[in-house]
Design a binder for this molecule. Structure first.
Ligand code: ADE
Length: 242
């Protein structure tokens, strides 16, 4: 997967993708992150990329010319997959969106700054994505989150595909509780079912806990999850265990 990230702050991305799982994914060629500095397409002696808003108001707006020239330059490479603008006005990022995007070979991520994009840039985007209902100083951190969440869905990036499939949200539920050694720590013991080695019992316990946790912590997600009768039984069986 190639990620082209269009930004006026390329320095923000230095080293972000060089360590850990994404570092290995880059070294092994599973992902390739290319940072594009769109000030290179800026106008005039000062390479201007922004200007004050028509109609007045605070802040600066990204001019259409430099950004669109940068996108069109990338388009010269051939098919590039979706061009995605990062902005609080976009569709909310969810695991289902992440999964869909991970199927492309290439994505272009466009980071906004200041008060946002001149409206005439928007036809260059295939979609706009927001990472949440809050405002960041720019789209760069949102782009990092997209690269991270999409990359780990690419086969081979995360060591065991099981760990992706058992993720929070993958099956539309939050994750179940995890424990490791020591068995007893500060008077708290690991639930007995995890110590008994009965894999079917463990699977059911975990699913029950995931359902319970989703219902309590995220009733909005729970309302949308289709739960079968067996799930309701599992849910009942773990009620009151915490
Ligand atoms: N740029 C500024 N705020 C943002 C947000 N919430 N999501 C994506 N891009 C942004």
């Amino acid at each position: 997967m190639i990620f082209d990230i269009i930004t006026i702050f390329p320095g923000l991305f230095e080293n972000v993708f060089n360590d850990s799982i994404l570092g290995s994914a880059q070294k092994s060629g599973l992902i390739n992150v290319q940072i594009r500095h769109f000030r290179d397409f800026g106008e005039g002696r000062h390479k201007t990329v922004d200007d004050s808003p028509f109609g007045g108001g605070p802040g600066m707006v990204l001019k259409p010319g430099p950004l669109v020239s940068c996108i069109r330059e990338i388009r010269k490479d051939g098919p590039i997959g979706p061009v995605i603008g990062l902005s609080p006005q976009g569709i909310p990022l969810r695991q289902t969106v992440v999964e869909e995007l991970s199927r492309f070979d290439r994505l272009v991520l466009v980071c906004g700054r200041y008060e946002g994009f001149d409206e005439r840039i928007l036809p260059e985007f295939d979609l706009e994505i927001s990472i949440g209902d809050y405002v960041l100083t720019g789209g760069e951190f949102a782009a990092m989150i997209l690269v991270d969440s999409i990359s780990r869905m690419i086969p081979g990036v995360v060591g065991k595909i099981d760990s992706v499939e058992q993720d929070s949200f993958f099956g539309g539920l939050l994750d179940y509780p995890h424990y490791t050694r020591p068995y007893e720590w500060e008077n708290q013991r690991v639930p007995q079912v995890l110590m008994e080695g009965n894999h079917e019992k463990i699977r059911k316990w975990r699913r029950g806990k995931a359902i319970l946790r989703t219902a309590i912590r995220r009733p909005d997600i729970f309302a949308k999850t289709s739960t079968s009768q067996i799930d309701r039984d599992l849910f009942q069986s773990v009620l009151g265990e915490d």
